[in-house]
Ligand binder design. Structure first.
Ligand SMILES: C[S@@+](CC[C@H](N)C(=O)[O-])C[C@H]1O[C@@H](n2cnc3c(N)ncnc32)[C@H](O)[C@@H]1O
Length: 154
C-alpha cells in the first residue's frame, strides 16, 4: 500500500522533467548552485523521516526551493498519505528562491502555495524584481519577526 503511495508521489514529481523549462547556463549555475535534487533522492530522503512531521498543519519552508522538487513531493505526501485536500496541503507549503523564473515554475508546478522571490541568506536585501509584498514576507519568514502571522492568514 505504502509502496504504491510513494510510486504515485514519484510520478507526480516526475510530471515535470528534471531541471526543465528554464534555460540555465553554466555561469548562472555557478552563481546560484541551481542543481536540483533528483526525484529518487527526494523520495528516499522523505522516506527516512518520520512522515507524521508532514501531516496536516505541519508547515514546510524550503528557503532555496528551486523549481520545487521537495515542495512538490511534500504536497503529494500530504494529499496521498495524510489525505489532505490539495488546497489544504498548499496552505502548509512555503518556498523562497532568488531567481524569479524558479519561483514562477515552482508555483505553477504546485498550483499554489506561498512561493516568493527573495534572498534567504540576506532577507533584508531588496532584490531587483522582488515585489514589496515578497520582501516583507521573506523578511518575516527568515528574520523571525512576530508579524509573520499577518501574511499567512492562519
Ligand atoms: C541546489 S538548488 C536546490 C533546489 C531545491 N531545493 C532542490 O532540492 O531541488 C539551490 C536553489 O537555491 C537558489 N538560491 C541560491 N542562492 C539563494 C539565496 N541566497 N536565497 C534564496 N535562494 C537561493 C537557487 O536559485 C537554486 O534554485
Amino acid at each position: 500500500m505504502k509502496l504504491t503511495m510513494w510510486k504515485r508521489i514519484t510520478n507526480k514529481v516526475n510530471e515535470h522533467a528534471h531541471m526543465s523549462q528554464v534555460g540555465r547556463g553554466s555561469e548562472r549555475v555557478q552563481a546560484t548552485a541551481e542543481i536540483f535534487t533528483p526525484t529518487d533522492l527526494v523520495i528516499e530522503m522523505l522516506n527516512r523521516i518520520d512522515i507524521s512531521r508532514l501531516s496536516a498543519g505541519k508547515t514546510v519552508l524550503d528557503p532555496a526551493c528551486g523549481d520545487g522538487q521537495f515542495l512538490t513531493a511534500i504536497k503529494w505526501v500530504k494529499v496521498y498519505i495524510h489525505k489532505m485536500s490539495e488546497s489544504d496541503a498548499l496552505k502548509d507549503l512555503y518556498g523562497v528562491d532568488i531567481m524569479r523564473d524558479n519561483v514562477d515554475v515552482c508555483k505553477k508546478r504546485l498550483g499554489g502555495g506561498t512561493i516568493v522571490m527573495g534572498d534567504s541568506l540576506n532577507p533584508d536585501k531588496k532584490l531587483d524584481g522582488q515585489t514589496d509584498a515578497e520582501y516583507d514576507m521573506v523578511n518575516s519568514m527568515l528574520s523571525g519577526r512576530p508579524s509573520i502571522e499577518q501574511f499567512f492568514d492562519r
